[in-house]
Design a binder for this molecule. Structure first.
Ligand code: FAD
Length: 189
């Protein structure tokens, strides 16, 4: 049983995984490695002067793995509500989690298979998004959405930020109080 299962390892999903794993939550990330971010050259991500999309995606995965997040290369096809928890069905087996975060970018087929409420996108070239509240919650308890799929502006700093926002809301719900993840800089003496 995982605390959090994340579908998608682009900026939104991997950023959520960094926060969840660093908070000590048992985290699995299921991804079929078709991120559109891999086609990007990025010079507008605050704090990162320039980086290729593939390097950003790989760096994000390594950051999350460092804190214990597990990455599985698979296609998620459905999420079922069961008394034991949310069961994520993939082409490589199934995973049970207390919370599921969908960060599948432009891909809406999983959201539609689950029966999440969708609506037309408002960002350029984004056809369909999932209805979420300001926390990132869908109408199905325990299922959250982050990044492009949630309708935010399609830029790495924003989708990664939205992944972090939703992760902090999930961690806070698991902990029963608001969560903060601050490390302190200790300059060399
Ligand atoms: C050509 C191009 C140039 C760009 N340039 C910039 C730029 O300069 N600056 C900038 O800020 N942004 C840029 N962007 C946008 C940015 O790269 C991303 O679009 C954005 O960050 C999307 O992040 P995401 O995590 O929501 O989605 P994605 O990065 O697309 O990640 C979604 C992930 O979900 C996985 N997935 C989907 N469905 C399933 C499923 N059912 N099962 C398993 N895995 C699944 C996919 O394989 C993918 O890895 C550019 C995009 C493109 C295409």
């Amino acid at each position: 049983m995982y605390d959090v299962a994340i579908i998608g390892a682009g900026p939104a999903g991997a950023s959520a995984a960094i926060f969840c794993a660093k908070a000590g939550k048992k985290t699995v990330v299921i991804d079929h490695d078709l991120s559109i971010t891999r086609r990007a050259w990025i010079e507008n991500h605050y704090g990162v002067p320039q980086i290729s999309g593939p390097d950003l995606v790989e760096t994000g995965k390594k950051q999350a793995e460092k804190f214990g997040a597990e990455f599985v290369k698979a296609q998620a096809n459905n999420v079922r509500q069961t008394p034991e928890g949310l069961v994520v069905e993939t082409d490589q087996g199934q995973y049970t989690a207390r919370h599921v975060i969908l960060a599948t970018g432009l891909y809406t087929d999983l959201a539609e298979a689950i029966g999440l409420r969708t609506k037309p996108g408002t960002e350029p070239r984004i056809k369909t998004i999932v209805e979420v509240d300001s926390q990132g919650k869908t109408h199905i308890p325990g299922i959250w959405v982050a990044g492009t799929l949630a309708g935010v502006s399609v830029h790495t700093i924003i989708t990664a930020g939205d992944g972090a926002k939703v992760a902090i809301n999930v961690i806070s719900e698991l902990n029963g109080e608001r969560y903060v993840d601050h490390d302190v800089y200790k300059p060399a003496p």
